[in-house]
Design a protein around this ligand. Structure first.
Ligand code: VGL
Ligand code: ZN
Length: 207
């Protein structure tokens, strides 16, 4: 892997209470990635956090009578505790927070589908060429974010031990789909090594 530099960004997908154990859509071990992500944050100058940010009655909720091929329990409703980031997650003051799934009638798994900011443009304007992806869940929002990032022309690196999936089968398929379009898969320690190779003393940046 190329040493880390200013053309790299970290994108942390949906590390919110609803997706952590005890949440309405809790992913097994979802909270275990929090310290892994916190340790990665200082290695990057540019950091993006996406959040699922649904209005009441969102089209993806199974209590919505509108037909859906895939629906979910009510989750990540705007301004509720479940929609907050995990309490131990460090969200630096200068990070970009991207809210998605805000439109009541449209599902949005990926941060690139957000309507409040054009994420691809935001990244390009800052000279970003390579995106490191972490967060929840591997088989849904992480997958969609990684695939959209590839489509937008970014190099994409999935930090595998900084992600968790909803179910083993769909996670396996998602990993195959990502690999098929050239998403690289590494462990967090490889990212730390790439930071050291760049002469970037870990922990230099304030998180
Ligand atoms: C997600 C299901 C519904 C996710 C979001 O963040 O992976 N999954 N909404
Ligand atoms: Zn959602």
């Amino acid at each position: 892997m190329q040493p880390l530099g200013s053309k790299d960004a970290l994108i942390v997908v949906d590390v919110q209470n609803c997706f952590c154990p005890g949440g309405s859509l809790g992913v097994e071990g979802g909270d275990q990635i929090v310290p892994v992500i916190n340790d990665l944050l200082p290695l990057f100058e540019h950091r993006v956090f996406t959040r699922d940010w649904h209005p009441n009655g969102h089209v993806s909720f199974s209590d919505n009578p509108q037909f859906r091929d895939l629906s979910w329990p009510v989750h990540c409703v705007q301004e509720t505790e479940g929609a907050e980031f995990h309490p131990d997650l460090h969200v630096p003051d200068d990070a970009l927070v991207v809210s998605k799934g805000v439109d009541p009638d449209r599902e949005a798994y990926s941060g690139f589908e957000a309507v409040t900011v054009n994420l691809a443009r935001w990244l390009r304007e800052r000279g970003i060429e390579r995106l490191f992806v972490a967060g929840l869940a591997t088989d849904y929002c992480v997958r969609s974010t990684a695939l959209d990032a590839r489509n937008a022309g970014f190099e994409v690196v999935l930090v595998e031990d900084a992600t968790r999936g909803v179910a083993p089968d769909s996670t396996r398929v998602a990993l195959q789909e990502m690999a098929a379009v050239g998403v690289e898969r590494v462990l967090a320690r490889v990212v730390h090594a790439a930071a050291e190779a760049a002469g970037e003393p870990a922990g230099r940046r304030r998180v």
